[in-house]
Design a protein around this ligand. Structure first.
Ligand SMILES: NC(=O)c1ccc[n+]([C@@H]2O[C@H](COP(=O)([O-])OP(=O)(O)OC[C@H]3O[C@@H](n4cnc5c(N)ncnc54)[C@H](OP(=O)(O)O)[C@@H]3O)[C@@H](O)[C@H]2O)c1
Length: 173
């Protein structure tokens, strides 16, 4: 069974989005996002897909979740709920020979996927963001362990310094 990974960037006060976009520019993190997700199926909500101009990111199959019966999105696969999306993502992963599915947002989809996730790739953004309207749920330390951690200073094209943390779900015996 493929791992379900969540990939997210979140501020110190839990914000991931504002006005349909991300409230920062993090070029260094985008590069890591690209390397991490390349070749793997991406599951996302309809609003997140629209937030990058409804244009698929190259080299990664997209599965876009929407309750709408008719979505005019010919460039991507659509799914009627998260369960349907994960099923389709698993089929894509199998066909591609990869062992990971990446759930890439936004707030609604993260909230539903967190209980199912095996791995969390979290970019903790060192900032308190005012007027955020989309949030990531708190990470329960009774469920997830820190597997690795890396401080990343703000580069020229980064709004803030970050801390990249990989969390793994605790194994139940
Ligand atoms: N910081 C980060 O790492 C990060 C990553 C991704 C996104 N974001 C930000 O997050 C914000 C978007 O997040 P969001 O919470 O507003 O929207 P979202 O989760 O991207 O998409 C929500 C939409 O997904 C569909 N959906 C959700 N649950 C569903 C279900 N169970 N069954 C069927 N369809 C379902 C619905 O689409 P329909 O309305 O079409 O039915 C819903 O309106 C933006 O600001 C974006 O920039 C941040």
């Amino acid at each position: 069974m493929q791992k379900i990974s969540i990939v997210v960037a979140v501020s110190s006060n839990g914000v991931i989005g504002r006005d349909g976009d991300m409230p920062w520019k993090l070029s260094t993190d985008l590069k890591r996002f690209k390397a991490l997700t390349m070749g793997k199926p991406l599951v996302m909500g309809r609003k997140t897909f629209e937030s990058f101009g409804s244009k698929p990111l190259p080299g990664r199959p997209h599965i876009v979740v929407s309750r709408r019966a008719k979505l005019d999105m010919p460039a991507v696969e659509t799914a009627i709920n998260l369960e349907d999306a994960l099923l389709k993502a698993r089929q894509q992963a199998q066909a591609l020979g990869v062992d990971e599915i990446c759930v890439i947002g936004g707030g609604e989809i993260y909230a539903q996927a967190l209980p199912l996730a095996d791995i969390l790739h979290v970019t903790h953004v060192n900032a308190v963001i005012e007027n955020g309207d989309t949030f990531f749920p708190p990470i329960d330390s009774d469920c997830f362990d820190v597997l690795s951690e890396e401080a990343v200073p703000a580069g020229e094209k980064d709004s803030y310094a970050t801390r990249y943390v990989v969390y793994g779900r605790q194994k139940t015996i």
